[in-house]
Design a protein around this ligand. Structure first.
Ligand code: ZN
Length: 242
């Protein structure tokens, strides 16, 4: 047990787990708190399925960091939501340049994506007898994504609870953290072993580039996702040294 490990809740949680840095940190957070943790991922025809492909290795890696996490990690569910990919004409699902639209939103924004994901997650959680959902939505580095706002998430939790007549809590442990603080949370949860796992096995790059190995992980090094990850890592490592 790590120094910072809180008391375990005897309830189950379902983590929205894409295989990225944020959702992997959320999965570690959930494993340190809940007796039983399941994961859900969404295949919506992403231009790069690398994130989804990282999930298995990450789940295995997390289970090996702490012996007690092996028994807590439950089933993984991958839901195909092809319709979302077909509907969305954005950079993540089509071969278009990543650029910022006149509204200020990057065209990596898939309208309604998190709302749909949370609805699918709640529908699955309902059947699995789970009331706690965990997601990596973050308002600090949120690139202007309105479905990552705390207010949106609170409204969704209320709508899902009312609409399914079951109480849902949506936990967003990263909501007010920047990328450096997200790395710091990972250290608190799983020490160097978790940092190494996230650094090597998670994927952020919008271009799906995994040939170049930077100190913050694999990527192209120049797209907005790589730039954000690199600057967060720099800030984190400078704070550690300070
Ligand atoms: Zn990149």
């Amino acid at each position: 047990m790590t120094q910072n490990e809180p008391a375990i809740q005897e309830t189950a949680a379902l983590v929205l787990f894409s295989g990225g840095q944020d959702s992997t940190t959320c999965l570690a957070w959930a494993l340190s708190r809940f007796a039983h943790v399941e994961t859900i991922g969404f295949d919506y025809g992403q231009r790069h399925r690398i994130e989804l492909d990282c999930r298995g290795a990450l789940r295995q890696g997390l289970a090996s960091i702490f012996p007690q996490w092996i028994n807590r990690l439950g089933a993984d569910h991958v839901i195909e939501v092809d319709a979302l990919g077909r509907m969305s004409q954005t950079a993540l699902t089509r071969e278009t340049e990543i650029e910022f639209s006149a509204s200020g939103l990057p065209n990596t924004f898939v309208p309604g994506r998190n709302l749909l994901f949370l609805t699918f997650a709640a529908a699955l959680a309902y059947r699995r007898g789970i009331g706690d959902l965990v997601g990596g939505m973050c308002e600090t580095d949120f690139s202007g994504y309105p479905d990552c706002r705390a207010q949106t998430i609170e409204a969704m939790a209320q709508a899902l609870s009312l609409g399914m007549d079951k109480s849902f809590v949506i936990h967003t442990p990263l909501m007010w953290l920047d990328k450096a603080q997200t790395w710091r949370l990972a250290v608190e949860l799983g020490g160097e072993a978790l940092i190494d796992l996230i650094r090597v096995q998670t994927h952020s790059c919008y271009l799906g580039e995994r040939h170049q190995n930077f100190d913050w992980g694999f990527g192209c090094g120049t797209c907005p996702a790589c730039a954000l990850r690199a600057s967060g890592w720099r800030k984190f490592t400078e704070e550690v040294k300070a």
